[in-house]
Design a protein around this ligand. Sequence first.
Ligand code: AMP
Length: 471
Amino acid sequence: MTKFNELNLNPKVLKAIEEAGYETPTPIQEGAIPAALEGRDVLGIAQTGTGKTASFTLPMITLLARGRARARMPRSLVLCPTRELAAQVAENFDTYAKHLKLTKALLIGGVSFKEQDALIDRGVDVLIATPGRLLDHFERGKLLLTGVQIMVVDEADRMLDMGFIPDIERIFSLTPFTRQTLFFSATMAPEIERITDTFLSAPTRVEVARQATASETIEQGVVMFKGGRRDREASQKRNVLRALIDAEGEKCTNAIIFCNRKTDVDICAKSLKKYGYDAAAIHGDLDQSQRTKTLDGFRDGSLRLLVASDVAARGLDVPSVSHVINFDVPGHPEDYVHRIGRTGRAGREGKAITICSSRDEKALAAVEKLIQKEIPRLNNPIEADDSKADSPKTENQPKAADTKKSDRRKSEPRTEREPRKDREPRKDREPRKDKEAKGRGRRDDRGPAVVGMGDHLPSFIALSFDERRAG
Ligand code: AMP
C-alpha cells in the first residue's frame, strides 16, 4: 500500500496530513496525486466521501509552494457548485496549507463584494469560487484569470444539474490555454464528457468505485407509506417522520433529514420545530449567514436535526451523524448513496431510514438496482389512516395553549389542520376560478374545502398546496 510520504508531496503538507490523522491515501488520492504533481490533467470520477477534496488540494498546495506569484494574479482556481462546498474546500485548504504561507480568497454569493475585492486586490494564490460569483467579479473588472496555472472543477455533474455548464465553459476560456486542469465528477454524463474532451488535454483518468459498496456500517431501512386521503398525505408523512425520530430515541443523537424539494425542507423544519424538536432548515434560498449559523450549530452539536435539500447538503463534512432520514426517496438514485453516506463515516455505525410513499416506489426500485440490494422494509410506526394524521391526540402535539390561534394560521400549512368537524363543508362556494383550479379539474379528491381562511392565504400555503396537487 502506498504511503503519503511516497507521493512526492511537500514535507509541510505531509506534516499537516499527519496532524489531520490520515494514515494512508485513499484510492482517489493514490491515483490523482502523482499525476497532478507531474503537471498532468486529471479526470477524477469519484463521489464525496472518497477523499477527493484532498486529492486535488494536496498536489495543488505542493505545486503552489514550488512557484512564486507574479503580478498579484491568482495562480490557481477551484470551482465548486455550491457555497457550502466552496467553503468546505477552503477549510480543507487551510488545514493542509497551515504550515505554508499561501493565501486564498473564497468568492461565494451571499456575502458582500467588498471584502472579496480587498483580498483580490492584495493578490491571492488560490481562488475558491462558485461560478456565478466568480463571473460577477470578472465582469466588474476586478479579476484577471490569465495567471491561473491550475484549475480545479469539483462536482461537475452537480454543476450540470444546476445549469452551470455554460459558465464553466466561459471560465475555461478566460484562463490560459496552458493551464493544468483537475476535473472531478461523480458520473460521466454525455455533456460532461463533451466538456472534458474539449478542455482537458490527455488526462489521467482515475475512477474509484461507487460508494454504494462502501456503506457496510450503515444500517438501512425503508418504511413504505400509503397516504390516506390525498389532501392529508403530506401531514401524515410528517407524522411518520416524527414517529421514526421518536422510535430511535436517544440513539438518534443527530440526523440529517433530506427532502426532495426546497418547499418541503422549509415545511418539514417548521413542522418539527412546532412539535418541539430541535430542527433547522438548510437550502439554497437561505442567506449565507443563516446557512453558516445553522451548519455551525449542527457541527458543534447544538442543533440536533438538520433538514436539507441535496444541493445544500452536498459535500458537507459532518463527521458524526447518527442518522440520515430520507423524507422522500431521491429522484436520482446516486443521491441516495450520497445522502446515506453522511452517516456511518470513518467506520462509525450509522442508520439510514427512508420513507417511501406509493408514488416513490419506482424511485426506490431504481435505488435498489443501483446499490444492488433490497433495502429491508421496516414497520410503519403509524398506521396512515386519516384519524391519526396530526390529530390533537398525537403524543407530541403541542398544546393548544402553546400556540396562539392567529400564529397557527400564519405558520401552518393548510394540510396540518383538521377540517372543522362542527360544520359541513361549504357546498355553496363557487370553485376557485384561478387557472390551477380550473385546469387540473381535481377538486373532488381534495375532500372538504377548508373554510375560514378567505382568499388571504399566506403564499407558502398556496405553494405547498399546489405542489401537493402537482405530485
Ligand atoms: P471528501 O471525499 O473530500 O469529502 O472527504 C471525505 C472525508 O474523508 C473528509 O472528512 C476528509 O477529512 C476525510 N479524508 C480525506 N482523506 C483521508 C485519508 N487519506 N484518510 C482518512 N480520512 C481522509
